[in-house]
Design a protein around this ligand. Structure first.
Ligand code: BDR
Ligand code: CA
Length: 314
């Protein structure tokens, strides 16, 4: 096997963030250098707590967890308790974390790690609003060429929006940060709603998690049960989309996914379409391509991978 790929997971757990983290921690192809929490689905003190709960659930209290930015660059924080519950991780009953939060700020950890590791060896995996990543890029522009790739969950084109008619939650919450990240000149792969809405936790896929017969399997089944009540009512589909694990699955099995390398710009000026990801899918402009925008996925392959890997955790 090739040397494991080094990643930093930047996250706002969130049940789907939790599954993305568990998939990474279950996979020997990935080395998680650290987890950086950001305000998003719920306020920062809860996302920093939830990230540690997930590490402990995976039996990995050794993973360093850092708290980052507690609000977007230029706007008031918008949260999503209506989807994720009061704690952000509602569903299973899990113990309060015993592991400590690191003293350093998440942004310093991101900058220091990218400067310390060989250039081109660290991949950033943002699963929430892009505030931490944009702050790091703004404070230390020298890190941009050192980033191997950014693979993020955010945005939408054909699916348009989930928090407003025009925008996906992660980009909507901090569009100024997203604009910085999409304009940074870093290799960028984007998992928008166009692909995540094809990865649905049907009853039989949920049953497969539960059938693992482990605490992790039970927790993941309970996580997906919890947010399903919201998405099922909203979309009328037979299961909830598992957004953030698309990022981890892409790192492990990119051949499960398909997309186009196109220009993607972020709307920051309009109140009506704030946070819209204007993707030039049909290549009707001469704007330079800056992102691989994913649209297709082999959903059965995705769930086979996820379930097998979760089965490696106890
Ligand atoms: C994204 O928003 C959050 O609610 C989820 O965790 C995911 O990152 C989906 O729009
Ligand atoms: Ca998230």
């Amino acid at each position: 096997m090739a040397a494991p790929r080094k990643i930093i997971i930047d996250t706002d757990p969130g049940q789907d963030d939790a599954v993305a983290i568990l998939l990474a921690l279950a996979s020997p192809e990935l080395t998680v250098l650290g987890i950086t929490a950001v305000a998003g689905n719920v306020p920062l003190h809860l996302t920093a707590r939830n990230a540690r709960i997930v590490c402990e659930l995976a039996g990995r209290p050794d993973i360093p967890v850092f708290a980052g930015c507690d609000r977007p660059l230029a706007r008031a924080l918008v949260t999503a308790e209506h989807v994720h519950g009061k704690t952000g991780l509602d569903g299973p009953t899990l113990p309060e974390p015993a592991m400590a939060l690191q003293d350093a700020h998440a942004v310093d950890f991101i900058i220091d790690t990218l400067r310390a590791e060989p250039a081109g060896s660290v991949t950033l995996c943002p699963l929430g609003p892009l505030t931490n990543i944009a702050t790091a890029l703004g404070r230390a522009p020298d890190i941009a060429p050192r980033i191997a790739e950014i693979v993020l969950m955010g945005g939408a084109y054909f699916e348009v929006g989930n928090i407003t008619p025009a925008a996906e939650f992660n980009i909507y919450v901090d569009p100024e940060a997203a604009r910085i990240v999409f304009g940074a000149g870093v290799k960028l792969t984007v998992m928008p709603l166009d692909v995540t809405h094809k990865v649905l936790v049907t009853a039989s896929r949920n049953a497969a998690f539960r059938a693992l017969g482990t605490p992790v399997g039970a927790a993941v089944a309970a996580f997906t049960d919890f947010f399903e009540r919201f998405d099922r009512a909203k979309y009328g589909t037979d299961g909830a989309p598992l957004h953030d694990p698309c990022v981890t699955a892409y790192l492990l099995r990119p051949e499960l996914f398909s997309g186009r390398h196109v220009n993607v710009e972020i709307e920051t000026l309009s109140d009506l379409t704030r946070g819209m990801t204007v993707a030039d899918w049909w290549r009707v402009t001469d704007r330079t391509a800056n992102a691989t925008f994913i649209g297709g996925v082999d959903a059965d392959g995705f769930f086979a991978l996820l379930t097998e890997r979760l089965g490696r955790l106890r």
